[in-house]
Ligand binder design. Structure first.
Ligand SMILES: Cc1cc2nc3c(=O)[nH]c(=O)nc-3n(C[C@H](O)[C@H](O)[C@H](O)COP(=O)(O)OP(=O)(O)OC[C@H]3O[C@@H](n4cnc5c(N)ncnc54)[C@H](O)[C@@H]3O)c2cc1C
Length: 381
């Protein structure tokens, strides 16, 4: 049998290093950051010092190298031992926002935006979704009209992860004709006159990951901030959706895995009617169903990740992996909460956090319904 690329010696060492980082720098503080609704910039700097922020980015743009599989290994450990998927989302927003800039950006853009984000000095965000809709990206309405050597941007973005703290947003804007052929990516910096964070949004979960509503009122953006070619942004957005969907997949199955661990520990500890809960057949069968959901999601996702890392185009399989893992996260986190009884309903428990966080995987990075549409289209049904 071929060896599993997820368990090479290098990846075992990476796993141990990230686990140590999460146990020391995240787990003791996560409850405070959840209450604060944000994570501190110092955490970005600590993660950068270990080369974690740059993982998956080429050394030529200031990254630490490594493949997408290394990133997934790191992400699993951060959720399992940092005890929050929202933390991963807030700390690694640049994982989706920066890749188009790293791939298509000018040397100046790389020096000004990519390198300082990978060293933890700046925070990046990605602005695609608008108040009028997120699924229908081709019909976005924020406009960027060329005027001399600037673009004049008008419109709004919403549900933007890290948008409250971010120094810049890689924004999808309309520079051309209606539809997908008129969209570009533009880097808009915080502090530009007319650019405002209009709201810090309050969410069901992912509390430590700040989420913003942004507005642009005649914001002048230098043309040097255009990423790649004008009106060719749609393809770049679709490409980054692939990696975002796999990132959501990791967060979903590790949320399920961590919820299962909590449920096993709790049912061993808690006795009712003279016996530990875990000795009851009904409880054991529930745990078996939870374990099956975790294993199936993780193993299927690993298979897709390995093939995608080797260069295979796997659009429907990535959608299936995300849906499978999202379903697992919702089912397992819900069952884990139930097994905790009243304690699970209390907001300050870890199991409660995973239950609330699990709901987002069916929405962010492409909803279940949109992914189903993509699957049927690509399968030719
Ligand atoms: C916590 C969080 C963080 C996020 N972070 C970011 C971010 O950093 N940057 C960013 O740009 N966006 C971000 N998003 C936005 C996210 O990508 C969108 O919420 C998502 O794409 C759905 O868009 P929408 O909310 O506008 O829903 P809509 O597109 O309005 O859809 C509403 C409902 O209708 C369904 N629907 C839509 N079209 C169809 C159809 N044709 N057939 C059947 N059903 C359909 C959808 O599945 C959904 O259930 C974030 C969202 C959340 C919740």
């Amino acid at each position: 049998m071929a060896s599993d690329p997820f368990v090479t010696e290098e990846r075992k060492a990476l796993r141990d290093m990230v686990r140590g980082f999460a146990e020391k720098e995240i787990a003791p503080h996560i409850d405070d950051w959840e209450r604060a609704g944000s994570i501190p910039l110092e955490l970005h700097q600590k993660a950068a010092e270990l080369g974690l922020l740059g993982l998956g980015f080429d050394e030529s743009v200031g990254g630490s190298g490594g493949s997408s599989l290394d990133w997934f290994v790191m992400a699993e450990q951060l959720v399992l031992h940092g005890r929050s998927s929202g933390l991963l989302m807030g700390l690694f927003t640049h994982h989706v926002a920066l890749h188009p800039v790293a791939a298509h950006g000018t040397p100046d853009q790389i020096a000004k935006f990519v390198r300082p984000t990978l060293t933890g000095e700046k925070v990046a965000s990605l602005g695609v979704t608008e108040p009028d809709g997120g699924s229908d990206v081709a019909n976005l309405r924020t406009t960027a009209r060329r005027d001399g050597d600037t673009y004049v941007v008008n419109g709004a973005k919403t549900f933007i992860t890290s948008g409250v703290r971010a120094d810049f947003v890689v924004a999808a804007v309309r520079t051309g004709e209606p539809g997908h052929k008129g969209i570009s990516l533009l880097i808009i910096e915080k502090g530009a006159p007319g650019f405002e964070v209009t709201r810090h949004l309050d969410k069901l979960g992912w509390d430590c990951s700040d989420t913003a509503e942004l507005s642009f009122d005649d914001v002048r953006v230098p043309v040097e901030n255009l990423v790649g070619t004008e009106n060719e942004g749609f393809r770049a957005i679709m490409a980054l959706f692939e990696s975002e969907r796999l990132a959501q997949t990791v967060m979903a199955y590790t949320t399920a895995q961590r919820s299962l661990e909590l449920a096993v520990a709790w049912t061993r500890e808690r006795s009712t009617f003279g016996r530990p809960l875990i000795t009851r057949q009904l409880v054991r069968h529930t745990l078996a169903d939870m374990a099956r959901a975790v294993e199936v999601s993780r193993e299927f996702a690993h298979g897709v990740m390995i093939r995608a890392d080797a260069g295979e185009a796997l659009v429907p399989q990535v959608c299936m992996a995300k849906k499978q893992a999202s379903d697992a996260a919702r089912f397992v986190a819900d069952a884990a909460l139930q097994l905790h009884g009243g304690g699970g309903y209390m907001r300050d428990t870890e199991v409660n956090r995973h239950f609330r966080d699990a709901r987002v995987f069916s929405i962010a990075g492409g909803t279940d319904e949109i992914l189903a549409d993509i699957v049927t289209k690509w399968m030719g049904y």
